[in-house]
Write a protein that binds this ligand. Structure first.
Ligand code: AMP
Length: 314
């Protein structure tokens, strides 16, 4: 099988943040609209979200059918693509339909295609990057990426029910090697057997990470550490057009902001969560990367300022 990097490595860039995850072509139906064959995947949303704050490098795989227009879009976000492999065959495809409340969705199909044999190989320039985001892929692949890094300062891991149910032991092992675990509330309950989120977070901290970040969709997020908990609601939006990738865009904004600050103390975590929440709020206003494509860092900071005012307590 022919494998090539999407970029020649003549001018290797050392990204400050490396993101590994899925690159997908999605078909999505909401109660109001349906879109076919649009750009998706955890790596797409995370890299785009991070790109407002830092130089990010993407590690993923696409098939020979992957449209050039999508690679061009990544370049417009200034995402480094040396770690993006192109393999003979079809790109990973996923389709889902949202229920009326837009909170729950059903997966209609998952065609792994070239993703089935994906073995993430990091370009040499990526191995000494200080920040790493292990987006939602199998825990064995996340471990393989971690093993290739020289000396990371801060590693964040995301996961999903599929791996909690099918690869629990591998997942526990890789969680033991990261600094921050992020997952949504149902996943936290599923992984620990605890209904109470504080109890679930305590059990997850015992697995090894310094921080556990529990995402609660439109209800915001909670960051647990040995120092206690920080809570932030989601940025309130009148219109949500497509929630797909909200968690990934949140993680991208969060990681990008941490990388930009170059700090990983509790205060930096709070600022990064604010940035992650705002980036996610933009992402869900349109399908795919369409909204993120049309905003600037100033738009993010303006929304951050409004958000700060909303959560201020005298
Ligand atoms: P989220 O809304 O955060 O769950 O992210 C949705 C994105 O994840 C979509 O763009 C999908 O293409 C992608 N996705 C769906 N299923 C999987 C899977 N099993 N592994 C990796 N990525 C997936």
């Amino acid at each position: 099988m022919a494998v090539e990097s999407s970029e020649s490595n003549k001018n290797s860039i050392k990204p400050d943040l490396v993101v590994v995850g899925s690159v997908a072509i999605d078909t999505i139906e909401t109660p109001y609209d349906k879109r076919e064959s649009i750009l998706g995947g955890s790596a797409s949303f995370s890299c785009a979200g991070a790109s407002f704050f830092t130089q990010v490098g993407m590690v993923g795989v696409v098939g020979s059918d992957f449209p050039e227009s999508y690679t061009d879009l990544y370049r417009r976000f200034n995402i480094d693509l040396e770690g993006l492999q192109t393999v003979e065959g079809e790109t990973f495809r996923w389709s889902g339909v949202y229920r009326k409340n837009m909170d729950e969705r059903d997966t209609l199909s998952t065609d792994l295609n070239v993703f089935a044999d994906f073995s993430p190989e990091l370009p040499t320039a990526y191995r000494s990057s200080p920040y790493l985001f292990l987006g939602n892929i199998g825990p064995d692949l996340q471990m393989h990426v971690l093993d290739q890094m020289d000396d990371t300062r801060f590693v964040v891991l995301d996961t999903m029910d599929l791996w909690i149910e099918n690869a629990r032991e591998d997942l526990r092992k890789v969680i033991g090697r990261v600094d921050l675990l992020t997952l949504n509330e149902s996943e936290a309950r599923n992984l620990t057997g605890e209904h109470s989120l504080p109890a679930a977070a305590a059990k997850l901290l015992e697995l090894g990470p310094r921080y556990v970040l529990i995402k609660k969709g439109e209800h915001g997020s909670m960051l647990y550490s040995e120092n206690g908990v920080f809570i932030l609601p989601a940025y309130p939006l009148e219109v949500v057009n497509d929630p797909t990738g909200a968690g990934d865009a949140f993680a991208g904004g969060f990681m990008g902001s941490l990388t930009e600050m170059g700090r990983t103390d509790d205060e930096a975590m709070r600022i990064a969560i604010m940035h992650g929440s705002v980036v996610a709020s933009f992402a869900v206003e349109a399908f795919s990367l369409e909204r993120l494509e049309n905003i600037s860092r100033d738009d993010i900071e303006n929304r951050v300022n409004r958000f700060r005012e909303m959560v201020r307590i005298p």
